[in-house]
Design a protein around this ligand. Structure first.
Ligand SMILES: *[C@@H]1O[C@H](CO)[C@@H](O)[C@H](O)[C@H]1NC(C)=O
Ligand SMILES: *[C@@H]1O[C@H](CO)[C@@H](O)[C@H](O)[C@H]1NC(C)=O
Ligand SMILES: *[C@@H]1O[C@H](CO)[C@@H](O)[C@H](O)[C@H]1NC(C)=O
Length: 431
């Protein structure tokens, strides 16, 4: 399967500088609210719904190769009828998610939209239909069979955590994972599927490089982050050789106020306002970091399958984090109806360009490095975020309560469950 990695057209950069300056000021609060420690979840409970939903799903085809159809006409790439799993449309689908808040005990409370009382559920009844091919639904049993005696890790920030919970919930319809390790803050964690000798972990490393983060007990920054752009975080590189599959990503943490180091010397900063350190902008650090990360991978001689995932778009409307931004939609939009925000586009452009450069090196070294770019799939899902339902029953006491919205992470179940359908398809065709 080959996919088209087209760079997005560069839009108007007109008011970018102003918008950037504004957005950067707002980011501090966002992190305080949304990237604070994850809560430990109650221990596993029974799984009555899962059994049923597994049975209720249509029989999956054993044929993993994408089924091509003849209607390639709507694709912008005239004559190109190759299967691109990352371009498509959301179409109504009555079957709904394979798990619920009742069947899966692993959903973090901030993403448990159902459990928190989100009143609408229409956002759960959509299926991703790639243009020119079909995407089979995730088959947990088949995935676990493929993963016998393998180890996976999802490496990155809280979106990776959001993703690991989605994957575990989908797999728990087949077997309950056993929680096998965690760090003090429950940010890095591991699970094991005993019947398959399959291990999966989420590794907390929001910058991928060595970082000193200074926060008080509320998660409020007390001093700029110190980022060593040329030193990869050993929290993930130490595990790297022993993993069979991994998904690596980063993103919004780079917008934080930070001082950048190379060779142990300060080489610049973002937003630090120190006279002896020059402002370089977060793009500088992001490019350098990703360059180092993807080149480490490309030159590593690793024999596994390594995905580099682009960062995910947010959908705050009528404001941002701090000033009442919301995401009230209840259905997907059509491609093109929502434009990628400037900040999201800047991050993605750097991700794509560093990936493209490294993928040539990887190919030469026989390293299996692939891109996961879910931007189009997610940009059309402004309905998939918790919004106010990151908290339990936010309007129970007061209909008009002012509630912090989360329009960055994703409800579980929700649209990012589709990531696993896509990943399964790629993994199955690569094995
Ligand atoms: C799941 O969500 C429903 C509402 O959709 C709620 O009644 C139930 O208590 C929730 N269960 C858990 C375990 O959160
Ligand atoms: C999974 O982790 C366990 C320890 O929890 C280890 O004994 C086993 O070898 C690991 N399996 C794989 C495939 O890495
Ligand atoms: C590495 O992991 C430790 C323990 O989980 C954590 O305290 C530290 O912040 C992590 N390092 C980075 C750079 O994220």
């Amino acid at each position: 399967m080959k996919a088209n990695w087209r760079l997005p057209s560069r839009g108007k950069h007109g008011h970018l500088a102003v918008k950037l300056a504004v957005s950067i000021l707002l980011v501090g609060l966002a992190f305080r609210l949304l990237y604070s420690r994850s809560e430990e979840l109650p221990p596993g409970v029974g799984n009555p719904v899962a059994e049923r939903s597994e049975v209720a799903r249509p029989a999956e085809s054993d044929d993993v190769s994408p089924q091509f159809d003849s209607t390639g006409a709507e694709d912008e790439n005239a004559g190109d009828d190759e299967c691109d799993l990352f371009s498509g449309d959301w179409i109504p689908d009555r079957s709904g998610p394979v798990y619920t808040n009742q069947s899966c005990p692993l959903i973090e409370s901030h993403q448990n939209c159902m459990g928190n009382g989100r009143p609408d559920n229409g956002y759960l009844y959509w299926r991703w239909k790639p243009r020119n091919c079909e995407l089979p639904q995730f088959n947990g049993r088949r995935f676990l069979e493929l993963m016998r005696n393998k180890a996976w890790a999802l490496i990155g920030d809280s979106i990776s955590r959001n993703h690991v919970q989605s994957l575990l919930c989908m797999l728990s319809t087949v077997e309950q994972p056993i929680h096998v390790f965690h760090d003090e803050e429950y940010k890095s964690r591991g699970w094991r599927f005993p019947s398959y000798n399959f291990n999966i972990s989420v590794i907390w490393t929001p910058f991928l490089v060595k970082a000193a983060i200074f926060e008080d007990f509320n998660g409020v920054s007390t001093s700029p982050v110190e980022l060593h752009l040329d030193k990869l975080d050993t929290n993930w590189t130490s595990l790297y050789p022993n993993l069979d599959y991994m998904i690596i990503s980063t993103g919004k943490w780079f917008l934080k106020t930070a001082i950048y180091y190379e060779n142990g010397r300060a080489v610049g900063c973002h937003n630090c306002k120190k006279e002896d350190i020059s402002e370089k902008g977060f793009e500088f650090a992001y490019r350098r970091t990703l360059h180092n990360v993807v080149n480490f991978i490309a030159k590593s001689k690793h024999k596994g399958l390594i995905f580099f995932r682009t960062s995910t778009p947010d959908h705050f409307e009528n404001g941002e984090w701090h000033n009442g931004g919301t995401c009230r939609r209840t259905a997907p939009v059509k491609e093109g109806e929502i434009e990628l925000k400037d900040l999201n586009r800047i991050l993605r452009d750097i991700e794509l360009s560093e990936y493209e450069k490294a993928s040539a090196v990887a190919a030469k070294n026989g390293v299996n490095l692939k891109l996961l770019d879910f931007t189009k799939l997610l940009l059309t899902r402004p309905d998939g975020h918790p919004g106010p339902y990151r908290e339990f029953q936010p309007f129970a006491k007061d209909q008009n309560a002012k509630v912090q919205n989360d329009c960055l992470h994703w409800c579980l179940p929700g649209p990012i469950d589709t990531w696993n359908d896509v990943i399964m398809e790629i993994v199955a065709s690569a094995s």
